[in-house]
Design a protein around this ligand. Structure first.
Ligand code: SF4
Length: 380
């Protein structure tokens, strides 16, 4: 029997210095006092989950947030020691930590590197102070650039830079300048997401009150196209709708999500996917700590995916990748032929030039990328 694919492991650190105006992630400012009890709770959860995946090799570890770089060196050391003592983390595993400028120093980054962290994801977001202020970020463009330089000085040879575009009052020229500046830095990986304002965030309120406006759709589209054009010209592979990488530097961890492979999620609000079952933990850090300490169930969401639903999700996620999906592999995995199940949808999307199909693979065309939500919703 073929060995099960390697697992991914995600650990959520829900603490931030300040809440950004657009942020609807499970993150909180002002909860520093909970950091220690939270890390103990994560260790308790790991001790419960570890035996359930005994014997499974872990190929990627991703410490995300929130702002994991609010942890100081000894805290990160404890967290990684705990993870390695419970899970079979491969010696050459990709170990990523998300960091934000202003929460890192050379000493801290060197310490992280010494702990086996081999990939950083830096939340730069924008390189003009006006845009950073608009987003409610705590750092300046200068601090963002400095954090990148520090990461290199600390020995990181695999760095992702996170960027946001379609910020109110950002012009196409502003955005092109940002991308050009980033390509000069030569990070191994770039993620570029259009700003979306979810209900309940301060920026959404400002928009509802007419105080700010998101750029029109055509400008957002032009920004997405510009990013792809400039990054591809600079030697980056556009391998996922919002992600670009130098050769051999794709995010191994994120590919686990896009390929619908299995992963463990630890921490408040973390999600996991194991044995055909999706789960999601309680979001509030204080409740997570309380439940973990009392040995109570941490998951507040559990869903066993039927093969049909799992196939639909695998298509939705897999089509985000430019290489698309292997149809016979999906057929084998879910015991449903995607060509038969979605015959009508696929015919329609193909007629409209939004998807392509050959040699057993199905992918979204450049035209389809701009209508990705519409394309993928056909597989719900
Ligand atoms: S740093 Fe990231 S997680 Fe924290 S508030 Fe800002 S956007 Fe949200």
């Amino acid at each position: 029997m073929a060995e099960a694919p390697m697992l991914g492991l995600y650990v959520h650190i829900p603490f931030c210095v300040r809440k950004c105006g657009y942020c609807d992630f499970n993150s909180y400012a002002g909860l520093e006092a909970l950091v220690e009890p939270y890390l103990r709770a994560v260790a308790l959860e790991a001790a419960v989950v570890g035996p359930k995946v005994f014997g499974r090799r872990v190929g990627t570890v991703y410490i995300g947030g929130g702002t994991p770089s609010v942890l100081h060196g000894p805290q990160m050391a404890r967290l990684l020691r705990c993870v390695r003592s419970v899970f079979a983390v491969e010696p050459d595993a990709e170990v990523t930590v998300e960091v934000n400028p202003d929460t890192v120093s050379l000493a801290k980054l060197r310490r992280f590197r010494g702990l086996g962290v081999n990939r950083l994801s830096i939340g730069i977001q924008a390189l003009e102070d006006a845009h950073l202020r608009r987003l409610g970020r705590v750092h300046t463009a200068r601090a963002a650039l400095r954090s990148f330089a520090l990461a290199r000085d600390a020995g990181f040879a695999n760095i992702n830079v996170d960027l946001i575009y379609a910020i109110p009052e950002q012009s196409l020229a502003d955005w092109r300048r940002t991308i050009q500046r980033v390509t000069q830095l030569r990070p191994e990986h770039v993620s570029a997401y259009a700003l979306t304002l979810e209900d309940g965030t301060p920026m959404h309120r400002e928009m509802a009150e007419g105080r700010i406006a998101l750029p029109p759709e055509e400008l957002e589209l032009a920004m997405a196209e510009s990013a792809a054009e400039l990054l591809i010209a600079a030697g980056y592979e556009h391998y996922e709708v919002s992600n670009f990488a130098l050769s051999g530097r794709r995010s191994r961890h994120n590919q686990i999500y896009w390929r619908s492979e299995e992963y463990v999620g630890l921490g408040a609000g973390a999600h996991g996917y194991l044995n055909g079952c999706r789960y999601g933990n309680v979001a509030q850090p204080s409740e997570y700590i309380e439940r973990a300490g009392a040995g109570r169930e941490l998951a507040v969401l559990r869903e066993r995916l039927s093969p049909a639903k799992a196939l639909g999700e695998a298509l939705m996620l897999g089509l985000r990748m430019r290489e698309g999906v292997d149809l016979s592999e999906l057929h084998r995995r879910f015991e449903i032929d995607p060509l038969q199940r979605y015959r009508r949808e696929l015919d329609d999307l193909r007629r409209r030039g939004l998807i392509g199909m050959s040699n057993g693979r199905l992918w979204v065309t450049r035209a389809g990328l701009h209508l990705l939500d519409e394309v993928t919703l056909r597989f719900v």
